[in-house]
Design a protein around this ligand. Structure first.
Ligand SMILES: [Zn+2]
Length: 182
């Protein structure tokens, strides 16, 4: 991508012109691939009302991100180290946990246990093995929304960033994406 330059006529001192950079003509995007960047976690979940996913089971997950915006005169959209650090902290929080959707009416938090009623089944899981999330169901879709909302709350983005997207993969090659225009 080429820089756009602006020619400025010198007001005094003869016909000489100076050329200054204006920036890049089109928005660009940064992509963070969770698998390649090791922003991954392994977790257990259950999707009620699904025949196969209605059984307690696990996945390897990765969190991906896209940051779209204008490239500044320094040649970058933003330094995305803070985004990677944030995503890694979320992945660490979810890693090797049972994902519990607190908004599911079948979920009851007891002193040291989580009771999770799903149809005719009742799971009793030690709370120390769980992470309680403020979501309705522990799907890749709701996890992507959860990560995006939390990131917008905790990471400061410069004004040239126009849009953020988060993708949560449940295994390689399949995932759910969400995004927000800033
Ligand atoms: Zn699953």
């Amino acid at each position: 991508m080429r820089l756009v330059w602006q020619r400025l006529e010198r007001r005094s001192g003869g016909p000489e012109t100076i050329i200054v950079p204006l920036g890049y003509p089109f928005p660009m995007r940064l992509e963070i691939n969770g698998w390649a960047s090791k922003i991954t976690f392994s977790a257990t979940h259950i999707i009620p009302m699904h025949s196969k996913c209605g059984r307690l089971h696990g996945h390897d997950y990765a969190i991906n991100a896209i940051i779209e915006g204008e490239v500044g005169r320094d040649g970058v959209i933003m330094d995305f180290i803070s985004v990677k650090e944030f995503l890694r902290s979320v992945a660490a929080e979810l890693d090797h946990r049972v994902l519990i959707p607190r908004r599911d009416p079948g979920v009851k938090l007891k002193d040291e246990y989580v009771e999770y009623k799903i149809g005719d089944k009742k799971l009793t899981i030690p709370q120390c093995d769980c992470i309680i999330l403020d979501i309705d169901v522990a799907s890749a879709e709701t996890l992507a929304n959860f990560v995006l909302e939390r990131m917008l709350d905790r990471v400061k983005f410069p004004k040239n960033v126009r849009r953020i997207e988060i993708g949560v993969d449940e295994g390689r090659g399949q995932g759910a994406w969400t995004g927000k225009d800033l």
